[in-house]
Design a protein around this ligand. Sequence first.
Ligand SMILES: [Mg+2]
Length: 297
Amino acid sequence: MLGLALGDAFGAPYEGGILERALWSMLGTSNGKRRWTDDTQMTIDVIESLLACRCVDQNDLAHRFARSYRWSRGYGPGAAKVLKRIRRGEAWESAAVAVFPQGSFGNGGAMRAPAVGLFFAENSDADIARATRDVAAITHAHPLASEGAALIALATALACSGADNNEMLHRLSQCAESREYLDRLTKARAWLEEGEVVAPRQVAAELGNGIAAIESCVTAVYAALAFRNYSFDALLEFTVSLRGDVDTIAAMASAIWGADRGADQLPRERLEQLERRDDLERLAGSLAEAVGFREGR
Ligand SMILES: [Mg+2]
């Protein structure tokens, strides 16, 4: 969870084009600390809801998402519309369909999926995928969005259990359903077996670096696994150089990396610059306690 917030807050200044960057240069700090974006806010909402309800309660989640919504956290325009409708009292099911008749295929369901993977880490892969799809559905019901979210949640859960790259790619491929994801996972697996980290430009071209789930989820998995024996800063530098949707790709990759390496491997200087770090650590502690993770992981 701390990894996710760091990747989000330190990736955000590099996201998108000139206009987005100029806007974030004005919004990106708060009391001298690095602000995180919607990725971290929705992760907080998911964890608070799971801790309160002890299961996925879509109505509770929808209300938390809607209550926490602030335009200045960089929410996608579609998700913003859905959340404003829910805040006005509309049921989440009809709000989501009104804005996205086919369901959104963006990565907004995947960016909050590590939280689900952590909470359900001890459950079966199928149960993790099901819970994640339910959490994603409130704003991201398109099959490719919920499939990407399930992959990110499962990768986070497997990282917690110390699975190696081979095991992880095997289980992720078993969980994948569409040709689009399977092809990308096969490519990531081949690259990881070769050993050398692939150039960011090639990763962006072949796995993607966009706001669609299919253009970012396997990219984040690849980055996390390619850098699992490197420093957090090396991973961050790589995700920044992928360009595109940097905050979300960095958030997802850093969440998986953090679940693998543990909080004590995160750079202390960056944690000290992180907005509301104490609150995040408290919440992460409550989550660890609820799930029964052993100390330090
Ligand atoms: Mg964001």
